[in-house]
Design a protein around this ligand. Structure first.
Ligand code: 5GP
Ligand code: ZN
Length: 114
């Protein structure tokens, strides 16, 4: 059994507030939202970070970005705007080691990247 928190959301061992799911991708609300809308998009196949996912199967990145495009259009965020963030490792501030993309929006975000 995986020790990865996000894999436990995928398997159903732990509950989370899902907002989107298809064959390959799961999206759920971040437990500590940094914006009015803060969703995490993950692939159902475990990888640790964006470098590993690209080296393993770059098609998984397409799966995640297609899901983000579908969901943001469904919610009208493509009109109001949103931000995608991926953190990698210590300097990047990654705390969960299952590749994930943050989608932030639902309000005007602070400008800047840091
Ligand atoms: P990272 O810092 O790795 O880029 O992002 C990890 C994210 O996972 C953080 O924004 C954090 O709030 C979120 N997170 C941590 N634990 C949980 C949890 O148990 N449930 C949910 N939904 N999000 C979590
Ligand atoms: Zn995992």
């Amino acid at each position: 059994m995986s020790e990865c928190l996000f894999c436990k959301f995928i398997s159903g061992e732990l509950n989370t507030h899902k907002v989107f799911e298809n064959e390959n991708v799961l999206a759920f609300k971040d437990i500590y939202p940094a914006a009015k809308t803060h969703i995490l998009f993950i692939h159902k196949k475990h990888t640790e970070n964006i470098v590993e996912i690209c080296n393993t199967d770059i098609g998984q990145v397409t799966d995640i970005f297609s899901a983000m495009a579908e969901w943001t259009q469904q919610e009208g965020l493509d009109k109001s705007g949103f931000r995608i963030i991926n953190n990698l490792g210590d300097h990047g501030g990654q705390t969960i080691f299952h590749t994930h993309f943050h989608v932030l929006g639902g309000e005007k975000l602070n400008p800047g990247l840091n």
